[in-house]
Every structure is written in structure tokens, then in C-alpha cells.
Design a protein around this ligand. Structure first.
Ligand SMILES: *Cc1c(COP(=O)(O)O)cnc(C)c1O
Length: 387
């Protein structure tokens, strides 16, 4: 049994103890956290759909008609028509033959990875992939090899030396840096080597592409180029859950083999109805993506002018690299004193010496919100001497 007291004390002394804030409001730019009204730049609700009246109405209407709980797993009696319809809509949205719903992105990644590899196989992944992809390789009992971030050449060298590789997996948009995976190169490499490519587009779905089809839409990569596409429904789509899309045969296989699909209760069908509504809004209201792009460009110009160091990201994930952890913390605290919530991300989540503020933007941030942020960043910088 772990020594709880000692473990917690060690974390506290290292400054690594994570504390949860209690939220007392709906999701949106202005939230009430720990009793305090704050302007937040840290949610993944990129399109501002999490509290959209149409999505709320779809959820409540469906709950009134179909109840709340799904009652069982998809394989027993939990696979509701509302799930089926959402799966079909997601397949169409991503230009794939079929899709299967999972309760979370974490479970989708565990399920797919473990269904694609066994004990004697090798899985190749980008070094900065999301924890759930790395954990999936562990669950599979497979050997995990990681290549240098976004380096197709490094991936090719590992792949060529490896005859037992059954899956190459990468994030589409990297969650801490906001940059994009080199999918053209990875896709060509995987085709050449006959290994399936899996892309986890948790931060791209809804955000990238003219219809919000994600990184595969932007790069024009169809089902043969990216045969395994994962998307989450709790970020840009504002609800919760995830999906895996691909060929009909692949999805049929997954439904038989993915343990995180089979041995778990299906998401409430009303959530599927709400997600269908948010998917429609996502497709029809292109202004949300245009607004996001405008905010990102505005922020980058102004933050650069203030002397901040940005990363090569044109997604709504905009890290400001600060360097030492204590400086990142001081900046985050200086912003909090102005009622602005921006988390500091420190090692080991990011490499040593690259502690940062990680800002995310939403289509629901107003011009006035942006002005408040920029003014606070200016003041915080002169106050802390940090850059
Ligand atoms: C958020 C995220 C996940 C996990 O999705 P959940 O639905 O929150 O479990 C998986 N992959 C990436 C890249 C993510 O950013």
C-alpha cells in the first residue's frame, strides 16, 4: 500500500501537487471558479458549443423522450438509435465509411491500440503523443517505440528496422504545443511500409477544415491515407465522448475486439442527440472557425509585440514559452490577480526549461475579452520581469 501522507507531501514539496478548482457556472469564457468570477483562456470548448441553447435543447428533449441512462453496453441493449444516427453522421462528417462511439477519447485510444497490436508487436508513436495513446500500447502489452516529435525521417528509420510494427499512431494537433503532425509524410511512409496510420484528432475535429472535418480534411487525406481516425466529442463539439472512424470492415472489427467498447456502458443516448445537434452547428456555422482564426492571429501579433515567445502554432492552442517553472507560475499568478485564468504548464508535462503558459481560445471570446487579456499580459510581464 502506498504511503499516502508521504506521497502527497513529496508532491507538495516539489510544487507538483495538483489542485482542483470547483466550477459554479456553465462552460464559457466567463466562469465562476472557487467562488470567484474569472475570464478563462483554458477550455477546449473551441467553438463555444458547450453551453449553446440548441445543444441544451437537443439534450433535454432527448432525455425527456428516451430517458437518461443507456442501461447497458452497446453489445447488450444499450445501442440506441440515437447512437446509431450519430455514428453515421460522424462517418459522413469525416468522409469515412463507418464510425463507432466510445465513452471518452481516452477509452477510444486504449481500445484501438490494444485491438491493433499484441504482445509480440511493435507500435510506433510520436514522442509527444497524448498519454492515452502511450497507455494503449501498454495495455496491448506491445513494445512501444517513440520517434522524435514530428520527425518523419526518424519514424522512417525506426519503421524500416522493424518488421513487427502493426500500428503507427500520432496526435493530429499536439495538445501542449498546438502544432500539427506531418501527416503527408507519415501517410506516405505508412502506405509504403504497409502499416496502418492512426491519427488522434482530438483538437482538430470541429476546428480545422472549412467544415470542421479536422486535420484530415485540411490535408485532403481520405480513408486510404489515414485508415484510423479518432476524434473526441468533448472539445470543439462541446459535449463528451469520442469516435473512431474508418472502413466498414475496420469498424466492424473494432466493435468485436476493442475491450473499452465492449465492456462498458454506452453513453446516455441524449448525449448522442446533443452531439448530433452540435455537429450540425459545427458544419453550418463556419463563422465560428473564422472567428477563432481571427482571435489567434490577433493574439499572436500582440503577444509578439509585448515580447512574449510563441510557438509555431496556428491552432487555438497558443503556448507562451517562459522557461523556468517559477517564472511561469509567477506569470499565471499575476494574471489570476487580474481575474484571468491561464494555467502554467511545467515539467514533466513539458520538457525541462520549457515551462509555459498555455492559452486556448474559443469562438465565444469577445473583443473585450481579448483586450482584457492583452492588457493583463502586458502588466504581468512588467510586474514579474518574465518573458
Ligand atoms: C483530450 C484528449 C484525449 C482524451 O479525450 P477525452 O474524451 O477527454 O478522454 C485524447 N487524445 C488527445 C490528443 C486529447 O487531447
Amino acid at each position: 500500500m502506498p504511503d499516502y501522507t508521504a506521497e502527497l507531501e513529496t508532491l507538495r514539496q516539489q510544487g507538483l501537487l495538483r489542485e482542483r478548482r470547483v466550477l459554479d457556472s456553465a462552460q464559457g469564457p466567463e466562469i465562476v471558479v472557487d467562488g470567484r468570477r474569472m475570464l478563462a483562456f483554458c477550455s477546449n470548448d473551441y467553438l463555444g458549443l458547450a453551453s449553446h441553447p440548441g445543444v441544451i435543447e437537443a439534450l433535454t428533449d432527448a432525455a425527456r423522450e428516451q430517458g437518461v441512462g443507456s442501461g447497458s453496453s452497446h453489445m447488450v441493449s444499450g445501442h440506441h438509435r440515437l447512437h446509431q444516427e450519430l455514428e453515421e453522421a460522424l462517418a459522413e462528417h469525416t468522409g469515412r465509411e463507418a464510425a463507432a462511439l466510445f465513452s471518452t477519447g481516452y477509452m477510444a485510444n486504449l481500445g484501438v491500440t490494444a485491438a491493433m497490436a499484441g504482445r509480440h508487436d511493435v507500435i510506433l508513436q510520436d514522442r509527444l503523443n497524448h498519454a492515452s495513446l502511450l497507455d494503449g500500447a501498454r495495455l496491448a502489452g506491445a513494445r512501444l517505440k517513440r520517434y522524435t516529435h514530428a520527425d518523419t525521417g526518424a519514424a522512417a528509420r525506426l519503421l524500416e528496422a522493424e518488421s513487427r510494427c502493426t500500428l503507427v499512431a500520432t496526435d493530429g494537433v499536439f495538445s501542449m504545443d498546438g502544432d500539427l503532425a506531418p501527416l503527408d509524410g507519415l501517410s506516405a511512409l505508412c502506405r509504403e511500409q504497409g502499416v496502418p496510420l492512426m491519427v488522434d484528432d482530438a483538437h482538430g475535429i470541429g476546428v480545422l477544415g472549412s467544415k470542421g472535418g479536422g486535420i484530415a480534411e485540411v490535408r485532403g487525406l481520405d480513408q486510404s491515407a489515414v485508415p484510423i481516425l479518432v476524434g473526441t466529442l468533448g472539445k470543439a463539439l462541446g459535449v463528451g465522448g469520442a469516435f473512431v472512424a474508418g472502413s466498414q470492415e475496420f469498424v466492424d472489427y473494432l466493435v468485436q475486439k476493442a475491450r473499452t467498447y465492449i465492456y462498458t456502458t454506452a453513453m446516455p443516448p441524449a448525449m448522442a442527440a446533443a452531439t448530433r445537434r452540435s455537429l450540425e452547428l459545427c458544419r453550418e456555422e463556419g463563422w465560428r472557425r473564422e472567428r477563432l482564426a481571427k482571435l489567434v492571429a490577433w493574439f499572436r501579433d500582440e503577444a509578439t509585440a509585448l515580447g512574449y515567445r510563441l510557438m509555431e502554432s496556428w491552432t487555438p492552442i497558443q503556448p507562451l514559452i517562459v522557461g523556468p517553472s517559477d517564472r511561469a507560475m509567477a506569470l499565471s499568478e499575476a494574471l489570476a490577480r487580474r481575474d484571468i485564468l491561464v494555467p502554467a504548464i511545467r515539467p514533466p508535462t513539458v520538457p525541462q526549461g520549457e515551462a509555459r503558459l498555455r492559452l486556448t481560445f474559443s469562438a465565444s471570446h469577445t473583443d473585450e475579452h481579448m483586450e482584457r487579456l492583452l492588457e493583463a499580459l502586458r502588466a504581468a510581464r512588467s510586474e514579474t520581469g518574465a518573458a
